[in-house]
Design a protein around this ligand. Sequence first.
Ligand SMILES: [Ca+2]
Ligand SMILES: [Ca+2]
Length: 253
Amino acid sequence: MTISKKIKRVFTAFLAVIMMLAVIPFTSSAATADIQTIFDFLVNDMGLTPAAACGVLANIQYESDFNYNLSGDNGTSYGICQWHNERLTNMKNYCSKNGYDWKSLDGQLNFLKYELATNKSDTGYIIDKLKSAENTADGAYKAGYDWCYYFERPANKTAKSENRGARARDYYWPKYGANALSAPKVNLGDVNNDGKINSSDALIVCQASVGVKTLTSTQTKAADIDKNGKITSSDSLIILNISAGKESIKSYM
Ligand SMILES: [Ca+2]
Ligand SMILES: [Ca+2]
């Protein structure tokens, strides 16, 4: 085979692959967000109580079922909160200005935080109402109700607000809110939770990093001192350095 024939053959094969790729239909998958991720953002980044966060979760469920790529109302609403018309435009503008993809969960959550802090209705800021709810099952109901009644304000808002409040109290509060209250406190570095960071902690982390020891979820959080989502020998080494006074725990907090 001559060189030019070879090139021709390779090129034809290449072309065939390109054409095959072109006819593969683009499937739009439902982009379902992880509920715990949203809950953690509402509590840790937005400063809501677990009860208020449960109220917001119930509303997101009714709006989008946690699909951050959901397009509704003939394309005039989008995302986890089904931002509509002017609010959707605001969301897109905020994301482009702040370097987020408006179709991403991250962009939408950050816009939500911004919107709640800046969007004042005639009844005041919704964030203040959410924060005034008690951190209890009844508080979750109130937050779910208030969000819908004062902020989303859909048609037939009383009945819808009652539904969302009940969902927050009866489903999200037991599953997420109450859990957050009873979750044990994580003491970074102190993996065996004896109040000290020393070589015993480093040893446990070392064993976990090679798979000879299994950690609980609280221990895993305490052990992942460099916060890279993995337990490795470098976590163990850092803990050892801290116990020897060569490093400070404060620089990892
Ligand atoms: Ca310890
Ligand atoms: Ca780590």
